[in-house]
Design a protein around this ligand. Structure first.
Ligand SMILES: Cc1ncc(COP(=O)(O)O)c(C=O)c1O
Length: 380
């Protein structure tokens, strides 16, 4: 790709950097001028047209198409869903657990997905967790659990908890070799690194708009590999799950062959506007270019924190780490509040403070946060 914006030019699109440091893309991406404009445009459509369903449906289609292109899929392979959890539910509820009852996940899975998987126990699923050892889960940990009784294997691209990069391709190959399906939660990586569903070899992939995809909450996207058959038709359905949503026939339940069979009610239209803003910004960049920028910055942040005597929960190995640095702390909420007073936005979770990086971050952000953490330690 030629003429890609530099990190400095990209940063200019995010006004908050004028007076703050955003290190919380793992939670909510920074607000861009494009996002502000799209959200304004949404309001304008109502003010101007009243109830412009045609315009809104075109915006949802645009979001679907931009997302599909980002992961090397086609628009018909994508269902627009309200959240990653609901995407996971659509997958879980359409599996049969009779012949193959096992569902393999990991304790570094985002809890909400883990909860969706556990709730399948009521339908006969046996849920097993590939456990972390010192913050790492290897392909071997999955291999020990995947058998010919496994129906579904769930593997995050990158863990929300410590930034561990999972060996998704290896796990998907293992699953396939045993006749099982693979579900990938790409929420903590898609947007800042290349993702291609064919290369990953997964059957399902989910991600939402508000974090590294630089949109807002209320919308997520579920990729379903063409040819995947449901054992059970999606029980959570609605007019958007029909072959023609605008047919309006309450007596007729048909499911299209493509991924839209997993849709239900009206999608969040403002969120679709937000998704288009973020995805359009990201499509100006080659994802490997973003990843290269972040590989350097993440390594620097880790090293500077280690040099300052801090303890990290993230893997140090470049091949195993994503764009998130998890710093161990006694009271991450208090540390986050101290940083927030200095207009540094980070994300506390459990016993870590998460600092996550996007293409808009630079070395001055690292200087600011490392210095502020040192000040915090002195103040304690
Ligand atoms: C890896 C991962 N998956 C999923 C989610 C959110 O899921 P949902 O869209 O269901 O709220 C998060 C949010 O923090 C996450 O980090």
């Amino acid at each position: 790709m030629t003429d890609q914006p530099s990190p400095a030019a990209f940063r200019e699109r995010f006004p908050a950097f004028a007076d703050s440091v955003h290190l919380a893309s793992c939670s909510q991406g920074a607000l861009s001028d494009a996002l502000t404009a799209e959200l304004f445009e949404f309001q304008h459509t109502i003010r101007e047209h009243g109830a412009p369903w045609g315009i809104w449906m075109a915006k949802v289609a645009q979001a679907r198409e931009l997302f599909a292109r980002l992961i090397g899929a086609g628009p018909d392979d994508i269902a627009v869903v309200p959240s990653a959890s609901e995407g996971a539910y659509q997958v879980a509820s359409t599996q049969s657990w009779h012949e193959r009852s096992r569902l393999v996940t990991t304790d570094l899975e985002f809890p909400s997905l883990g909860h969706v998987w556990l709730a399948q126990q009521g339908r006969g699923a046996a849920v097993e967790f590939a456990e972390q050892h010192d913050g790492i889960v290897d392909a071997e940990d999955y291999a020990a659990l995947i058998t010919h009784e496994t129906q579904l294997v769930s593997v995050p691209l990158i863990s929300y908890a410590n930034g561990l990069r999972f060996p998704v391709r290896d796990v998907a190959a293992l699953a396939r070799a045993h006749g099982a399906r693979t579900f990938v939660d790409a929420y903590q990586g898609l947007g800042v690194e290349p993702v291609d569903v064919t290369e990953l070899g997964c059957d399902y992939l989910v991600s939402g708009s508000l974090k590294y995809l630089l949109g807002i909450s209320g919308i997520a996207f579920l990729y379903v590999r063409p040819g995947v058959r449901d054992a059970v038709s999606p029980p959570l359905t609605g007019w958007f799950g029909r072959t023609n949503p605008f047919e309006f026939d309450p007596r007729h339940l048909d499911y299209p062959a493509h991924a839209r069979r997993f849709e239900a009610g009206t999608p969040s239209i403002p969120s679709a506007y937000g998704a288009v803003a973020g995805l359009t910004l990201l499509h100006q960049l080659d994802a490997s270019h973003i990843r290269d920028h972040l590989t350097g910055l993440t390594g620097q942040l880790q090293q500077r924190l280690l040099d300052a005597g801090e303890t990290l929960r993230s893997p140090l190995d470049e091949a195993r780490r994503g764009p998130l640095v998890a710093l161990r702390d006694r009271d991450p909420d208090a540390l986050a509040a101290f940083l927030a007073e200095r207009r540094i936005v980070c994300s506390p979770r459990g016993d870590v403070l998460r600092m996550s990086l996007h293409y808009y971050n630079n070395e001055s952000d690292l200087d600011t946060v490392v210095r502020a953490i040192a000040d915090y330690r002195v103040s304690q």
